[in-house]
Design a protein around this ligand. Structure first.
Ligand code: CTP
Ligand code: CA
Length: 225
């Protein structure tokens, strides 16, 4: 591949990457979760190490092996992920939110396991909104010129939804993939369109998650201040 990768173009940079999927506990044995495997975020971490960066990987519920050379911070919930990402982002040159963050969490955590009661209907589960980490770090950059990247999984109107989401989040780049039953989640491969706040549009053909990761760094590197 191109010069970018071999040139250690991220040397001296600190990059923060979130990966995996948050789990929002309902009681000691149950949670609300999602199908994110963490593979794309881990690929971003490995490729950033290879390009010379200091890497902090904030990993939620992934069973993948720690990428060699990265600092790995393990979290469970969206609230914990927010704490860890904000702390690591304080001196970061770039932040990439590749994690699937649960939009909602149960309003109440039951200290004891929720039991069936004879003849009674189950209690509804009330949900509350989780903080939007990407929107927050985009709005309050810890450093001037910090580059912020989001991911979006869409099933319909992929590009239109992606453009609207990029504007809503206020990030610099948004990696948009189309998801479906067999696409993206847990898969070794990915295809995507990377939208830039400057109007740019970079199509990444179907291929290994490592290749998409390198393309993301190719787009981040020239935007670093
Ligand atoms: N994200 C985040 N905090 C949240 C939700 C999402 O930081 N509470 C980040 C994700 O890590 C991802 C990006 O925002 O980088 C887009 O996530 P997505 O779920 O596609 O966006 P939402 O704004 O939650 O929109 P939707 O209603 O389509 O789920
Ligand atoms: Ca969401």
């Amino acid at each position: 591949r191109g010069a970018g990768q071999s040139a250690a173009d991220l040397a001296g940079r600190h990059v923060v990457i979130s990966a995996g999927g948050t789990r929002e506990p309902l009681d000691p044995v149950r949670f609300l979760g999602n199908r994110s495997s963490g593979k794309q975020g881990y690929a971003l971490a490995r490729t950033a190490v290879a390009r010379g960066a200091r890497v902090t990987l904030v990993a939620a519920n992934s069973e993948l092996p720690d990428p060699a050379g990265a600092d790995v911070v393990r979290v469970g919930t969206a609230v914990q992920m927010r704490e860890a990402v904000l702390a690591a982002a304080a001196d970061a040159d770039a932040v990439i939110m590749a994690a699937a963050v649960a939009d909602f969490r149960p309003e109440r955590y039951a200290e004891g396991k929720i039991k069936k009661r004879d003849g009674r209907e189950p209690e509804p589960v009330a949900l509350v909104r989780n903080p939007d980490i990407l929107a927050e770090i985009s709005a309050d950059r810890a450093r001037p010129g910090q580059v912020v990247v989001g991911f979006a999984a869409e099933t319909d109107e992929v590009l239109a939804n992606g453009r609207a989401k990029l504007a809503r989040k206020g990030c610099d780049l948004l990696v948009v993939n189309e998801v479906g039953e067999r696409k993206t989640f847990g898969s070794e491969e990915n295809e995507a369109v990377v939208l830039g706040a400057d109007g740019s549009e970079t199509t990444v053909p179907h291929g290994p998650k490592e290749a998409l990761a390198d393309t993301v760094w190719d787009l981040v590197a020239p935007r670093l201040s």
